[in-house]
Design a protein around this ligand. Structure first.
Ligand code: ZN
Length: 245
């Protein structure tokens, strides 16, 4: 089976469609949350996702749009985008976002948005935060999003104390899972990458080959930006797509 691992689509339909067309040969989507927020097509992204065979977990933006999280935790631009998004989605979309679980498991993988410790909110930004999260899931691997940066943390257990090694998977690189240590893996962000590469970031898990490929896909950034401008979304959110920050 081939699993398309996507996180942080953020209402960016151009990026979402580009990834789906680039990798049509998949069996299931694993979506790590933040389907909406920031981007100009939240309803269309929800509808597209719901039409796919998919497992989806909740992101902070999803629950904020659904009214399940306090907006005070968001910065001004993100708040404005959440409020705008609430006007664009249908009642059925809100019910869908509200119903998303914090955590799912499938085979060797736990799926969360932020971290297994605090699934909706915590950012795993370094090895020490990753390390304390390894005891919060039981599967071999945990997939996370939320930071919009592709990264992996591998747990090496020695005689004395365990050590977490950080890896920065290059675009196109393939991770071998056979004999691999336990890992927390982030595919990066589809709709708003933040690793200084503007193309959509995602990953593909092949359960037979036991590999995860880290992939990038170019998309029509200018079209997304035109749609954001027409919607009156914050200029900083529009500009950052050009640069991937
Ligand atoms: Zn996000």
């Amino acid at each position: 089976m081939r699993y398309l691992i996507m996180s942080d689509i953020h209402g960016n339909l151009q990026a979402f469609e580009a990834v789906l067309s680039a990798t049509p040969d998949f069996d299931q989507v694993w979506c790590l949350g933040d389907v909406v927020g920031y981007g100009p097509d939240p309803h269309e992204c929800i509808a597209r996702l719901r039409g796919l065979p998919a497992i989806t977990v909740a992101g902070n933006h999803d629950w904020a749009v659904a009214g399940k999280l306090d907006l005070h935790e968001f910065n001004a631009d993100a708040q404005e985008a959440v409020l705008w998004t609430r006007e664009q989605v249908t009642r059925a979309d809100v019910e869908f976002l509200k119903s998303l679980p914090e955590r799912e498991t499938s085979g060797d993988f736990t799926l969360v948005h932020g971290s297994p410790r605090h699934p909706v909110w915590e950012y795993i930004l370094n090895a020490s935060v990753a390390r304390s999260n390894f005891e919060r899931f039981d599967t071999r691997f945990c997939l996370v999003g939320h930071t919009h940066v592709p990264v992996l943390y591998a747990l090496h257990t020695g005689d004395e104390r365990s050590r977490v090694q950080t890896g920065r998977p290059a675009p196109g690189s393939v991770l071998e899972l056979r004999d691999a240590p336990r890992m927390i893996i982030n595919p990066g962000g589809v709709g708003q990458p933040r690793d200084a590469i503007p193309s959509a970031a995602y990953a593909l898990y092949d359960s037979e080959a036991q590999t995860i490929s880290f992939l990038r896909q170019e998309y029509d950034i200018e079209e997304t930006q035109r749609r954001m401008t027409a919607a009156g979304l914050p200029p900083r959110l529009i500009a950052r797509l050009t640069f991937g920050w």
